[in-house]
Design a protein around this ligand. Structure first.
Ligand code: LLP
Length: 430
Protein backbone atom coordinates (compact mmCIF):
# COMPACT_ATOMS: atom_id res chain seq x y z
CA UNK A 1 0.00 0.00 0.00
CA UNK A 2 1.40 3.39 -0.95
CA UNK A 3 -0.09 6.62 0.26
CA UNK A 4 -0.05 9.32 -2.44
CA UNK A 5 0.85 12.27 -0.24
CA UNK A 6 2.02 11.76 3.29
CA UNK A 7 0.65 15.21 4.10
CA UNK A 8 -2.93 14.06 3.53
CA UNK A 9 -4.80 12.55 6.44
CA UNK A 10 -5.43 8.83 6.36
CA UNK A 11 -8.11 7.88 3.88
CA UNK A 12 -11.55 8.21 5.39
CA UNK A 13 -13.24 4.82 5.39
CA UNK A 14 -10.13 2.79 6.19
CA UNK A 15 -9.63 -0.14 5.88
CA UNK A 16 -12.34 -0.60 3.26
CA UNK A 17 -10.89 2.00 0.90
CA UNK A 18 -7.13 1.59 0.50
CA UNK A 19 -4.34 1.96 -2.01
CA UNK A 20 -2.70 -1.18 -3.34
CA UNK A 21 0.17 -0.69 -5.74
CA UNK A 22 -0.85 2.91 -6.17
CA UNK A 23 -4.44 2.10 -7.17
CA UNK A 24 -7.36 2.91 -4.92
CA UNK A 25 -9.49 -0.10 -4.05
CA UNK A 26 -12.88 -0.56 -2.43
CA UNK A 27 -12.41 -3.83 -0.57
CA UNK A 28 -10.88 -6.06 -3.29
CA UNK A 29 -12.17 -4.13 -6.29
CA UNK A 30 -9.88 -1.62 -8.04
CA UNK A 31 -11.93 1.52 -8.40
CA UNK A 32 -10.49 2.51 -11.78
CA UNK A 33 -11.88 -0.75 -13.13
CA UNK A 34 -15.28 0.09 -11.73
CA UNK A 35 -15.21 3.61 -13.17
CA UNK A 36 -14.25 2.13 -16.55
CA UNK A 37 -17.09 -0.39 -16.46
CA UNK A 38 -19.85 1.79 -15.09
CA UNK A 39 -18.80 5.33 -15.98
CA UNK A 40 -18.72 8.38 -13.72
CA UNK A 41 -20.06 10.08 -11.68
CA UNK A 42 -20.48 6.91 -9.70
CA UNK A 43 -21.18 6.30 -6.05
CA UNK A 44 -19.45 3.23 -4.68
CA UNK A 45 -20.26 1.69 -1.30
CA UNK A 46 -18.47 -1.00 0.65
CA UNK A 47 -20.73 -3.65 2.10
CA UNK A 48 -18.08 -4.57 4.67
CA UNK A 49 -17.84 -0.94 5.78
CA UNK A 50 -21.61 -0.80 6.36
CA UNK A 51 -21.45 -3.97 8.40
CA UNK A 52 -18.47 -2.72 10.39
CA UNK A 53 -20.25 0.54 11.23
CA UNK A 54 -23.27 -1.43 12.40
CA UNK A 55 -20.97 -3.63 14.48
CA UNK A 56 -19.62 -0.60 16.36
CA UNK A 57 -23.16 -0.01 17.63
CA UNK A 58 -24.02 -3.67 18.17
CA UNK A 59 -20.92 -4.42 20.19
CA UNK A 60 -21.28 -1.20 22.19
CA UNK A 61 -24.85 -2.15 23.12
CA UNK A 62 -24.11 -5.61 24.46
CA UNK A 63 -27.11 -6.76 26.47
CA UNK A 64 -28.48 -3.30 27.14
CA UNK A 65 -32.00 -2.43 25.96
CA UNK A 66 -31.15 -0.33 22.91
CA UNK A 67 -32.92 -0.12 19.58
CA UNK A 68 -30.91 1.39 16.73
CA UNK A 69 -33.16 2.94 14.11
CA UNK A 70 -31.02 3.84 11.12
CA UNK A 71 -31.66 7.49 10.17
CA UNK A 72 -32.33 6.55 6.58
CA UNK A 73 -32.41 10.09 5.25
CA UNK A 74 -28.62 9.83 5.21
CA UNK A 75 -28.75 7.22 2.48
CA UNK A 76 -32.01 5.65 1.46
CA UNK A 77 -30.79 3.54 -1.44
CA UNK A 78 -32.64 0.21 -1.26
CA UNK A 79 -29.50 -1.90 -1.26
CA UNK A 80 -28.16 0.06 1.71
CA UNK A 81 -31.45 -0.26 3.59
CA UNK A 82 -31.54 -3.97 2.86
CA UNK A 83 -28.14 -4.46 4.49
CA UNK A 84 -29.33 -2.78 7.67
CA UNK A 85 -32.64 -4.62 7.62
CA UNK A 86 -30.73 -7.90 7.37
CA UNK A 87 -28.59 -6.87 10.33
CA UNK A 88 -31.73 -6.31 12.39
CA UNK A 89 -31.78 -2.51 12.36
CA UNK A 90 -34.85 -0.45 12.94
CA UNK A 91 -35.41 2.66 10.82
CA UNK A 92 -36.03 6.31 11.52
CA UNK A 93 -38.22 7.66 8.72
CA UNK A 94 -39.35 11.19 7.94
CA UNK A 95 -41.86 10.72 5.12
CA UNK A 96 -44.36 8.37 3.55
CA UNK A 97 -41.76 7.85 0.84
CA UNK A 98 -39.18 6.67 3.34
CA UNK A 99 -41.76 4.34 4.87
CA UNK A 100 -42.37 2.81 1.47
CA UNK A 101 -38.65 2.36 0.88
CA UNK A 102 -38.04 0.89 4.32
CA UNK A 103 -40.85 -1.64 3.87
CA UNK A 104 -39.63 -2.47 0.37
CA UNK A 105 -36.23 -3.26 1.89
CA UNK A 106 -37.83 -5.66 4.35
CA UNK A 107 -37.81 -3.47 7.44
CA UNK A 108 -39.55 -4.76 10.55
CA UNK A 109 -42.20 -2.08 11.03
CA UNK A 110 -42.31 -2.66 14.78
CA UNK A 111 -38.83 -1.10 14.76
CA UNK A 112 -39.74 1.99 12.72
CA UNK A 113 -39.98 5.42 14.33
CA UNK A 114 -41.55 8.23 12.33
CA UNK A 115 -39.90 11.63 12.81
CA UNK A 116 -40.40 14.97 11.07
CA UNK A 117 -42.13 18.30 11.63
CA UNK A 118 -44.69 18.16 8.84
CA UNK A 119 -46.38 14.79 8.71
CA UNK A 120 -49.42 14.77 6.46
CA UNK A 121 -52.56 12.75 7.13
CA UNK A 122 -51.83 10.22 4.37
CA UNK A 123 -48.37 9.63 5.79
CA UNK A 124 -49.85 9.04 9.23
CA UNK A 125 -52.41 6.63 7.77
CA UNK A 126 -49.75 4.63 5.94
CA UNK A 127 -47.58 4.45 9.05
CA UNK A 128 -50.51 3.42 11.26
CA UNK A 129 -51.47 0.75 8.76
CA UNK A 130 -47.89 -0.53 8.87
CA UNK A 131 -48.05 -0.48 12.70
CA UNK A 132 -44.85 1.45 13.26
CA UNK A 133 -43.31 1.55 16.71
CA UNK A 134 -43.78 5.24 17.36
CA UNK A 135 -44.59 8.68 15.98
CA UNK A 136 -42.17 11.35 17.13
CA UNK A 137 -44.58 14.26 17.31
CA UNK A 138 -43.28 17.81 17.02
CA UNK A 139 -46.24 20.07 17.82
CA UNK A 140 -49.62 20.17 19.54
CA UNK A 141 -51.34 20.62 16.20
CA UNK A 142 -49.74 17.40 15.02
CA UNK A 143 -51.03 15.61 18.14
CA UNK A 144 -54.56 16.59 17.23
CA UNK A 145 -54.23 15.50 13.62
CA UNK A 146 -52.63 12.19 14.56
CA UNK A 147 -55.35 11.42 17.08
CA UNK A 148 -58.05 12.08 14.49
CA UNK A 149 -56.38 9.97 11.85
CA UNK A 150 -55.89 7.11 14.31
CA UNK A 151 -59.51 7.23 15.49
CA UNK A 152 -60.62 7.18 11.89
CA UNK A 153 -58.74 3.92 11.43
CA UNK A 154 -60.03 2.59 14.75
CA UNK A 155 -56.56 2.39 16.32
CA UNK A 156 -54.41 4.31 18.78
CA UNK A 157 -51.19 5.90 17.64
CA UNK A 158 -48.09 5.30 19.78
CA UNK A 159 -46.43 8.67 20.39
CA UNK A 160 -43.33 10.32 21.76
CA UNK A 161 -43.02 14.06 21.89
CA UNK A 162 -39.92 15.44 20.30
CA UNK A 163 -38.67 17.84 22.90
CA UNK A 164 -36.38 20.70 22.03
CA UNK A 165 -34.00 20.86 25.00
CA UNK A 166 -32.39 24.16 23.94
CA UNK A 167 -28.81 22.93 23.89
CA UNK A 168 -26.08 24.00 21.53
CA UNK A 169 -24.82 21.00 19.58
CA UNK A 170 -21.82 23.05 18.43
CA UNK A 171 -22.13 21.98 14.85
CA UNK A 172 -22.95 23.76 11.59
CA UNK A 173 -26.02 25.99 12.11
CA UNK A 174 -27.88 24.26 9.24
CA UNK A 175 -27.55 20.88 10.95
CA UNK A 176 -28.10 22.05 14.50
CA UNK A 177 -31.64 21.31 15.60
CA UNK A 178 -31.88 21.49 19.39
CA UNK A 179 -31.80 25.26 19.89
CA UNK A 180 -34.79 27.42 20.74
CA UNK A 181 -34.66 29.18 17.38
CA UNK A 182 -34.85 25.91 15.42
CA UNK A 183 -38.17 24.78 13.95
CA UNK A 184 -37.87 21.37 15.56
CA UNK A 185 -39.61 19.89 18.55
CA UNK A 186 -41.62 21.25 21.42
CA UNK A 187 -39.83 23.65 23.78
CA UNK A 188 -38.80 21.83 26.93
CA UNK A 189 -40.77 24.32 29.08
CA UNK A 190 -43.99 23.48 27.21
CA UNK A 191 -43.39 19.75 27.06
CA UNK A 192 -45.33 18.84 30.20
CA UNK A 193 -48.41 20.68 28.94
CA UNK A 194 -48.09 19.05 25.54
CA UNK A 195 -47.93 15.62 27.19
CA UNK A 196 -51.14 16.45 29.08
CA UNK A 197 -52.78 17.31 25.78
CA UNK A 198 -51.53 14.02 24.32
CA UNK A 199 -52.90 12.15 27.32
CA UNK A 200 -56.30 13.73 26.83
CA UNK A 201 -56.60 12.72 23.18
CA UNK A 202 -58.44 9.42 22.63
CA UNK A 203 -56.46 8.34 19.55
CA UNK A 204 -53.05 8.50 21.20
CA UNK A 205 -51.00 6.23 23.39
CA UNK A 206 -47.96 7.87 25.01
CA UNK A 207 -44.89 5.64 24.82
CA UNK A 208 -41.77 7.79 24.85
CA UNK A 209 -39.76 10.97 24.95
CA UNK A 210 -37.67 11.99 21.97
CA UNK A 211 -35.04 14.53 21.00
CA UNK A 212 -32.47 15.08 18.28
CA UNK A 213 -30.10 17.96 18.83
CA UNK A 214 -28.06 18.05 15.67
CA UNK A 215 -25.77 16.22 13.33
CA UNK A 216 -22.03 15.68 12.90
CA UNK A 217 -21.48 16.06 16.64
CA UNK A 218 -17.83 15.63 17.52
CA UNK A 219 -18.25 16.12 21.24
CA UNK A 220 -20.66 14.16 23.45
CA UNK A 221 -21.24 16.89 26.03
CA UNK A 222 -24.35 18.30 24.28
CA UNK A 223 -26.02 14.87 24.47
CA UNK A 224 -25.67 14.93 28.23
CA UNK A 225 -26.91 18.48 28.55
CA UNK A 226 -30.00 17.27 26.70
CA UNK A 227 -30.23 13.99 28.59
CA UNK A 228 -30.39 15.63 32.03
CA UNK A 229 -33.22 17.88 30.86
CA UNK A 230 -35.10 14.93 29.41
CA UNK A 231 -34.66 12.95 32.62
CA UNK A 232 -36.06 15.89 34.60
CA UNK A 233 -39.05 15.84 32.28
CA UNK A 234 -39.48 12.07 32.61
CA UNK A 235 -39.52 12.44 36.40
CA UNK A 236 -42.20 15.12 36.17
CA UNK A 237 -44.22 12.95 33.80
CA UNK A 238 -43.93 10.08 36.25
CA UNK A 239 -45.36 12.29 39.00
CA UNK A 240 -48.25 13.16 36.69
CA UNK A 241 -48.95 9.48 36.11
CA UNK A 242 -47.57 9.42 32.57
CA UNK A 243 -45.28 6.40 32.22
CA UNK A 244 -42.60 6.49 29.57
CA UNK A 245 -41.31 3.26 28.02
CA UNK A 246 -38.52 4.55 25.82
CA UNK A 247 -36.17 7.45 25.52
CA UNK A 248 -35.04 8.37 22.00
CA UNK A 249 -31.86 10.44 21.83
CA UNK A 250 -31.92 10.85 18.05
CA UNK A 251 -28.87 10.57 15.84
CA UNK A 252 -25.97 12.91 15.43
CA UNK A 253 -22.68 11.12 16.11
CA UNK A 254 -20.11 12.62 13.78
CA UNK A 255 -17.62 10.95 11.47
CA UNK A 256 -14.10 11.78 10.39
CA UNK A 257 -14.04 13.79 7.17
CA UNK A 258 -10.55 15.12 7.77
CA UNK A 259 -9.09 15.23 11.27
CA UNK A 260 -12.17 15.06 13.49
CA UNK A 261 -12.10 12.59 16.36
CA UNK A 262 -15.79 11.88 16.93
CA UNK A 263 -16.91 9.96 20.00
CA UNK A 264 -17.69 6.28 19.57
CA UNK A 265 -21.12 4.72 20.09
CA UNK A 266 -19.61 2.94 23.11
CA UNK A 267 -18.48 6.19 24.71
CA UNK A 268 -21.96 7.59 24.24
CA UNK A 269 -23.84 4.52 25.43
CA UNK A 270 -21.68 3.88 28.49
CA UNK A 271 -22.31 7.37 29.77
CA UNK A 272 -25.99 7.40 28.87
CA UNK A 273 -26.61 4.22 30.84
CA UNK A 274 -24.50 5.48 33.71
CA UNK A 275 -26.80 8.51 33.90
CA UNK A 276 -29.99 6.47 33.40
CA UNK A 277 -29.02 4.12 36.20
CA UNK A 278 -27.92 6.96 38.45
CA UNK A 279 -31.32 8.54 38.06
CA UNK A 280 -33.31 5.37 38.52
CA UNK A 281 -34.36 5.11 34.87
CA UNK A 282 -32.28 2.07 33.92
CA UNK A 283 -35.45 0.23 32.87
CA UNK A 284 -36.07 2.58 29.93
CA UNK A 285 -35.46 1.33 26.43
CA UNK A 286 -33.02 3.61 24.65
CA UNK A 287 -33.63 4.41 20.98
CA UNK A 288 -30.92 5.91 18.77
CA UNK A 289 -31.35 7.22 15.24
CA UNK A 290 -27.85 7.32 13.75
CA UNK A 291 -27.54 8.10 10.06
CA UNK A 292 -24.16 9.51 9.11
CA UNK A 293 -22.12 7.37 11.49
CA UNK A 294 -23.52 4.20 9.90
CA UNK A 295 -22.93 5.10 6.26
CA UNK A 296 -20.79 8.23 5.87
CA UNK A 297 -17.42 6.59 5.47
CA UNK A 298 -18.78 3.56 3.65
CA UNK A 299 -18.98 5.35 0.30
CA UNK A 300 -17.00 7.40 -2.21
CA UNK A 301 -18.03 9.37 -5.25
CA UNK A 302 -15.96 8.72 -8.37
CA UNK A 303 -15.63 11.54 -10.86
CA UNK A 304 -13.53 12.11 -13.99
CA UNK A 305 -11.49 15.22 -14.72
CA UNK A 306 -12.91 16.78 -17.88
CA UNK A 307 -10.66 19.82 -18.11
CA UNK A 308 -7.84 21.47 -16.26
CA UNK A 309 -8.13 25.22 -16.35
CA UNK A 310 -5.40 27.49 -15.15
CA UNK A 311 -6.90 30.88 -14.41
CA UNK A 312 -5.00 33.80 -13.01
CA UNK A 313 -6.07 33.41 -9.40
CA UNK A 314 -6.84 29.71 -9.25
CA UNK A 315 -6.35 26.37 -10.92
CA UNK A 316 -9.52 24.48 -11.59
CA UNK A 317 -10.06 20.79 -12.15
CA UNK A 318 -13.44 20.66 -13.83
CA UNK A 319 -14.94 17.25 -13.15
CA UNK A 320 -18.09 15.43 -14.26
CA UNK A 321 -19.68 15.40 -10.79
CA UNK A 322 -21.32 18.55 -9.51
CA UNK A 323 -23.35 20.11 -6.74
CA UNK A 324 -26.37 18.22 -8.02
CA UNK A 325 -24.52 14.98 -7.17
CA UNK A 326 -22.94 16.16 -3.92
CA UNK A 327 -24.49 19.27 -2.43
CA UNK A 328 -22.70 19.33 0.92
CA UNK A 329 -19.76 21.57 -0.07
CA UNK A 330 -22.09 24.14 -1.70
CA UNK A 331 -24.62 24.07 1.12
CA UNK A 332 -22.45 23.77 4.21
CA UNK A 333 -18.95 24.45 2.88
CA UNK A 334 -18.35 20.86 3.92
CA UNK A 335 -14.96 19.26 3.53
CA UNK A 336 -14.61 16.00 1.63
CA UNK A 337 -11.21 14.45 0.96
CA UNK A 338 -10.32 14.05 -2.73
CA UNK A 339 -7.83 11.47 -4.04
CA UNK A 340 -6.74 10.36 -7.45
CA UNK A 341 -7.57 6.71 -8.10
CA UNK A 342 -4.07 6.38 -9.57
CA UNK A 343 -1.95 9.09 -7.99
CA UNK A 344 0.70 10.48 -10.33
CA UNK A 345 4.25 11.30 -9.50
CA UNK A 346 5.28 14.90 -10.05
CA UNK A 347 4.92 18.22 -8.37
CA UNK A 348 1.37 18.76 -7.15
CA UNK A 349 -0.64 21.84 -8.08
CA UNK A 350 -3.28 23.49 -5.93
CA UNK A 351 -6.70 22.90 -7.51
CA UNK A 352 -10.27 23.79 -6.84
CA UNK A 353 -12.32 20.76 -7.84
CA UNK A 354 -15.46 22.11 -9.49
CA UNK A 355 -18.41 20.77 -11.44
CA UNK A 356 -20.03 21.84 -14.71
CA UNK A 357 -23.13 23.41 -13.11
CA UNK A 358 -23.69 27.10 -13.75
CA UNK A 359 -23.23 28.33 -10.20
CA UNK A 360 -20.13 29.58 -8.44
CA UNK A 361 -21.25 27.47 -5.49
CA UNK A 362 -20.69 24.41 -7.64
CA UNK A 363 -17.51 23.17 -6.07
CA UNK A 364 -16.62 19.87 -4.45
CA UNK A 365 -13.30 20.75 -2.87
CA UNK A 366 -11.03 23.78 -2.65
CA UNK A 367 -7.30 24.28 -2.65
CA UNK A 368 -6.24 20.67 -2.85
CA UNK A 369 -2.73 19.67 -3.81
CA UNK A 370 -2.97 17.12 -6.61
CA UNK A 371 -0.99 16.07 -9.66
CA UNK A 372 -3.64 15.75 -12.33
CA UNK A 373 -4.15 15.22 -16.02
CA UNK A 374 -7.31 15.42 -18.04
CA UNK A 375 -9.12 12.08 -17.86
CA UNK A 376 -7.90 11.18 -14.37
CA UNK A 377 -10.53 9.72 -12.08
CA UNK A 378 -10.87 11.06 -8.56
CA UNK A 379 -12.54 9.68 -5.47
CA UNK A 380 -14.42 12.10 -3.27
CA UNK A 381 -14.28 10.58 0.20
CA UNK A 382 -16.90 10.23 2.93
CA UNK A 383 -19.70 10.28 0.39
CA UNK A 384 -21.90 7.60 1.92
CA UNK A 385 -24.14 9.99 3.88
CA UNK A 386 -26.23 12.94 2.69
CA UNK A 387 -24.65 12.65 -0.72
CA UNK A 388 -26.68 10.60 -3.21
CA UNK A 389 -29.65 11.13 -0.88
CA UNK A 390 -29.48 14.88 -1.56
CA UNK A 391 -28.82 14.60 -5.31
CA UNK A 392 -31.01 16.56 -7.73
CA UNK A 393 -31.49 17.02 -11.44
CA UNK A 394 -30.40 20.66 -11.57
CA UNK A 395 -29.13 21.67 -15.01
CA UNK A 396 -31.02 18.61 -16.34
CA UNK A 397 -28.29 16.35 -15.14
CA UNK A 398 -29.08 12.71 -14.61
CA UNK A 399 -28.42 11.35 -11.16
CA UNK A 400 -25.36 9.15 -10.75
CA UNK A 401 -25.29 5.37 -10.74
CA UNK A 402 -24.52 3.52 -7.51
CA UNK A 403 -22.59 0.32 -6.98
CA UNK A 404 -21.93 -1.77 -3.91
CA UNK A 405 -18.73 -3.74 -3.53
CA UNK A 406 -18.67 -7.01 -1.63
CA UNK A 407 -15.20 -8.55 -1.45
CA UNK A 408 -13.98 -8.90 -5.03
CA UNK A 409 -17.47 -8.53 -6.49
CA UNK A 410 -19.57 -5.51 -7.21
CA UNK A 411 -23.24 -4.94 -7.89
CA UNK A 412 -24.95 -2.04 -9.62
CA UNK A 413 -27.55 -1.09 -7.04
CA UNK A 414 -28.98 1.88 -8.91
CA UNK A 415 -28.80 2.41 -12.65
CA UNK A 416 -27.65 5.75 -13.89
CA UNK A 417 -30.69 7.86 -14.66
CA UNK A 418 -31.31 8.45 -18.37
CA UNK A 419 -32.30 11.65 -20.09
CA UNK A 420 -35.60 9.99 -20.99
CA UNK A 421 -36.18 9.42 -17.26
CA UNK A 422 -35.82 13.14 -16.79
CA UNK A 423 -38.42 14.12 -19.40
CA UNK A 424 -40.94 11.49 -18.33
CA UNK A 425 -44.12 12.88 -16.83
CA UNK A 426 -43.78 16.33 -18.34
CA UNK A 427 -46.12 17.78 -20.93
CA UNK A 428 -46.58 21.04 -22.78
CA UNK A 429 -49.71 23.07 -23.44
CA UNK A 430 -51.69 22.45 -26.65
N1 LLP B 1 -33.00 11.78 13.61
C1 LLP B 1 -33.50 12.96 13.23
C2 LLP B 1 -34.79 13.40 13.77
C3 LLP B 1 -32.79 13.76 12.31
O1 LLP B 1 -33.29 14.93 11.94
C4 LLP B 1 -31.55 13.30 11.80
C5 LLP B 1 -30.81 14.10 10.83
C6 LLP B 1 -31.08 12.04 12.22
C7 LLP B 1 -31.83 11.32 13.14
C8 LLP B 1 -29.79 11.48 11.74
O2 LLP B 1 -28.71 12.25 12.16
P1 LLP B 1 -27.21 11.79 11.89
O3 LLP B 1 -26.94 10.61 12.76
O4 LLP B 1 -27.07 11.47 10.45
O5 LLP B 1 -26.42 12.97 12.27
N2 LLP B 1 -27.70 17.08 5.30
C9 LLP B 1 -26.86 17.35 6.45
C10 LLP B 1 -27.32 16.54 7.65
C11 LLP B 1 -28.76 16.78 8.01
C12 LLP B 1 -29.20 15.95 9.19
C13 LLP B 1 -30.67 16.00 9.33
N3 LLP B 1 -31.21 15.22 10.41
C14 LLP B 1 -25.43 17.06 6.09
O6 LLP B 1 -25.16 16.72 4.95
O7 LLP B 1 -24.53 17.22 6.92
Amino acid sequence: MTAPFPALPELAGQPYFQYRNNVLYAEDVPLDHLAGQLGTPLYVYSRAALKAAWETYRSAIGQRPVLVCYGMKANSTLAVLKEFARLGAGFDIVSGGELKRALAAGADSSKIVFSGVGKQAWEMRDALAAQVKCFNVESEAELHRLSEVALDLGVRAPVSLRVNPDVDAQTHPYISTGLKENKFGIAIESALDAYRVAQSLPGLDIVGVDCHIGSQLTDITPYFDALEKLLDLIEKLDQTGIRIKHLDLGGGLGIRYTDETPPSPKALLDRVFERLNARGQGHLQLVLEPGRSLVGNAGVLLTTVQYLKHAEARNFAIVDAAMNDLLRPALYEAFHGVRALRPRAGKPTEYDIVGPVCESADWLARQRLLTLEQGDVLAVESAGAYSMAMASNYNTRTRAAEAMVDGDKYYVVRQRETLDDLLRGESTLP
